[in-house]
Design a protein around this ligand. Sequence first.
Ligand SMILES: Cc1cc2nc3c(=O)[nH]c(=O)nc-3n(C[C@H](O)[C@H](O)[C@H](O)COP(=O)(O)OP(=O)(O)OC[C@H]3O[C@@H](n4cnc5c(N)ncnc54)[C@H](O)[C@@H]3O)c2cc1C
Ligand code: FES
Length: 368
Amino acid sequence: MSPTTTAAAPSRRTIPGRGLLDLIAGPHGIDGYLEQISPTMVTGECRAEVVAVSRGTDDSVTLSLRPNRAWRGFRAGQFVQVSVEIAGVRHTRCYSPASPEDAGRELEITVKRHPDGLVSNFFADQARPGLVIGLSQADGDFHLPDSRPDSILLIGGGSGITPLMAILRTLCAEEYAGQIALIQYAPDPDRTIYREELDRMAAEKPNFRLARSYTRAPGAGELDGHFSPTHLPQADPSFADAETFACGPPALLDAVRGTWANGLEQRLHVESFVPPSLLPIGEPGTGSIRFAGSDLEVENSGASILEQAEKAGVPAESGCRMGICHTCTCRKVSGTVKNLLTEEVSAAPDEAIQLCVSAPLGDLVIDL
Ligand SMILES: Cc1cc2nc3c(=O)[nH]c(=O)nc-3n(C[C@H](O)[C@H](O)[C@H](O)COP(=O)(O)OP(=O)(O)OC[C@H]3O[C@@H](n4cnc5c(N)ncnc54)[C@H](O)[C@@H]3O)c2cc1C
Ligand code: FES
C-alpha cells in the first residue's frame, strides 16, 4: 500500500464535439438526456451496472459489473472506488477488482461482510442485477509489473485474496510460464473465498502451487496456524527470489513485513484494506476547528479532521480512510495541519488536504 498514489477523481471521457453537444443540450448537458434513457449511458462519469450476483461463501458476495464507456480499465492488483446510495446518502468504499486485467468491459469485485459495516452488508443483502453504482478509475501502485517476474509468490488472508485473484487470473490468461505460489489464509474451508476456482487452477496448472492454512480448522490445510516464516519453504522453496504480493489483515501483513525485513524488502509489495490506528496529536482543546460551509465551530480534539467532522455531524465524504483514495480531499482555508502518516506539517492557506490523515495543530478553518 502506498500513501502517495495519485487522485482517482471520477473520469470525464473526452468525446469529439462534446462541448458543442453540451451547449446545444442546455443546462444539464447531453448526459442529462442520456441519464433519462439509462443511468450508465452518461459519458462524462464512470458508472457500472451490476449484471450478476453470486455468493461463493456465506459472508461474501461477488458482483459482476459492466462499466460504461468512461471506464479505462485497470492493472491487476489495483483498486477502484465504488459509490452507492443507501437511504438517500452516497457512500464510497474501495474494492480491488478480482477479474483479469484483460477481461474486456466486465469487472468483478468480491465484498466480504464486516460486522456492522454499512456498504459491505448493503451489497451482501441487497445487490441485485440492474443496480447502478458509481465507479472511479482504477488507482494504486500494488499491481503486476509490466515486465513479468520469473517467479511470483502471493500471500492472502480473508478478502485480501481479491487483488491476488486478479493477478493470478491475469497470469493464467497470459499463459505465464514462470512459477506462481499462493499461500491463502482463511478461517475454515467454508469461508475460503474463491476456494473451488483456486483448487481447479492448482490441479490444472503445473506451475501453480497452492498452500492453505485454515486458522480455525487446524489440520484441514497443507499448513497450520497464522503466517509463520516456516510456511514459506513448504509453500514455495524459492520464495526469496520471488516477487511477493501480500494482502490481508494487519497482523498478517506485519508478520510478512517482519520476515522480508532482512534485505528482501524490495521484492515485497503489500496492500492493506484496513486503515491504521491514527492516534490524536497534541493536547485536546488546543485551538478549534471552524467548519466554514456548515457554520459550526468545535474544540480541536487532536484526532483526524475527518473523525472530528463526523463526530460533529458535519457531512464529509470518505473512502479508504488511510490517505490513498483522495475521496476526503477538502480545501483548508487557514491554519496548520500535521499529516498523521508522514508527520509532515503544513501551514499554507487555501490548500487541498486529506481529512482522514490530517489533524489540526491549533486553530483551523476548513471548507466543509
Ligand atoms: C485499497 C482497498 C481495497 C479494498 N478492497 C476490498 C475488496 O476487494 N473486498 C472487500 O471486501 N473489502 C475491500 N476493502 C475494504 C472496503 O473498502 C471496506 O472498508 C469494507 O467493505 C467495509 O466497509 P463497510 O461500509 O461495510 O464498513 P464501515 O461501515 O466502513 O465500517 C468499517 C468497520 O468499522 C466498524 N464500525 C462501523 N461503524 C462503527 C461504529 N459506529 N463504531 C465502531 N465501529 C464501527 C464496522 O464494524 C466495520 O468493521 C478495500 C479497502 C481498500 C483501502
Ligand atoms: S484519502 Fe481515502 S478517505 Fe481520505
